[in-house]
Design a protein around this ligand. Structure first.
Ligand SMILES: NC(=O)c1ccc[n+]([C@@H]2O[C@H](COP(=O)([O-])OP(=O)(O)OC[C@H]3O[C@@H](n4cnc5c(N)ncnc54)[C@H](OP(=O)(O)O)[C@@H]3O)[C@@H](O)[C@H]2O)c1
Length: 316
């Protein structure tokens, strides 16, 4: 991607999910095929691959990730969810996941390999300290705007990964950027990678200062794309279409173009050029959208900068 800082790279080699002979369990493996899950204790007899996961907060993002883990074959017996809401209990307890109300109710024998912190940033300071006793775990936070130093202050000298996922995770099409602290060793990093890969792509950065920009592009980005569908529909109505047809056309065009972008080896720029005949209808529209100094690019640059600035403010 043009302009992407070289400190960020999509890591597909270090760890990927691999189905083992039993057909349901999975484990992180290296590009050479060696497992990196050797420090991950067993959770079920006969299964030496699955990590134990404690999910704190099972709302929109938490439940999207949990569905991804279950779909990818992690044994529900290895997952404990802390969530006060009844919806999560109704949805996941029947699948064999242990769902409890609060940290105090977790069985003392349960020692998670990964603690996923998925509550709202505003309540994180009140919620996280109850889990500080899991000193050997890696803490994977998906909270927007909360830096690693914030968690170190709450949890002490533990392994922490700050991650920024996005809502397409709900359909396994998300992308998450992760920043580890110095305590995150290879097995812990691989475990986080494996959990996040269950809901989409994963990229790692060693530079935490990039996270405000990451949040502004991919964390908030789905809203920009949904807005595109909204404004296209309204523009279609203004051009004379009935509302239901305009809405359907905009929705199918945005989602279909996203599918094409995902499936194609060509850049988004080339895909745009491919549908633009010189002097044609698309060229007429793009002359407006790409007008020098007042086009879509300037607007998006301004929007992303505003989101990144807000992220910095929220972090305090
Ligand atoms: N949604 C996004 O687009 C997005 C993208 C990237 C990152 N994130 C991050 O993901 C995190 C979760 O966001 P979300 O959108 O999933 O929020 P959400 O739907 O509100 O989920 C948070 C869940 O945590 C529960 N909770 C509250 N107090 C708790 C406690 N003490 N222990 C355990 N669970 C508790 C809430 O239950 P109640 O509702 O009953 O209070 C709720 O179900 C946030 O930190 C956010 O910054 C979200």
């Amino acid at each position: 991607m043009a302009g992407l800082d070289p400190a960020i790279h999509v890591d597909q080699s270090e760890s990927r999910l691999k189905h083992c002979a039993c057909g349901t369990a999975w484990m992180p493996v290296t590009s050479t095929g060696m497992t990196v899950s050797r420090n991950m204790p067993n959770i079920a007899e006969g299964d030496d691959t699955v990590t134990r996961v404690l999910l704190v907060g099972c709302g929109k993002m938490g439940s999207a990730m949990l569905n991804g883990w279950l779909d990818r074959g992690i044994a529900p017996a290895g997952i404990v969810v802390v969530e006060p809401g009844q919806t999560a209990r109704d949805a996941f307890a029947p699948k064999g996941v242990t769902v409890v109300d609060d940290a105090a109710t977790i069985a003392p024998t349960f020692t998670p390999d990964v603690v996923v912190l998925a509550v709202k940033p505003q309540v994180m300071a009140a919620v996280a300290p109850a889990y500080a006793k899991y000193k050997d775990s890696v803490f994977l936070s998906i909270a927007a705007g909360k830096p690693i130093a914030f968690f170190a202050g709450l949890l002490g000298e533990v392994a922490i990964v700050r991650a920024m996922p996005n809502t397409p995770a709900a359909v396994r099409a998300g992308i998450t950027v992760c920043v580890p602290n110095a305590k995150v060793d290879a097995p812990r990093r691989a475990a986080c990678q494996a959990l996040l890969e269950a809901v989409g792509e994963v990229a790692w950065s060693e530079d935490e200062s990039q996270m405000d920009a990451v949040t502004a592009v991919s964390g908030s980005g789905p809203a920009y794309v949904f807005l595109l569908a909204e404004v296209m529909a309204k523009a279609g109505i203004a051009a004379g279409l009935p509302e239901d047809l305009a809405t359907r056309l905009a929705r199918a065009t945005v989602s279909g173009s996203g599918d094409l972008l995902r499936a194609s080896a060509e850049s988004s720029e080339q895909l745009r050029i491919n549908v633009t005949s010189p002097g044609g209808t698309t060229a007429a529209a793009l002359a407006v959208l790409m007008a020098e100094g007042k086009g879509f690019q300037e607007l998006m640059t301004e929007a992303v900068a505003a989101a990144a600035k807000r992220g910095k403010e929220l972090a305090g």
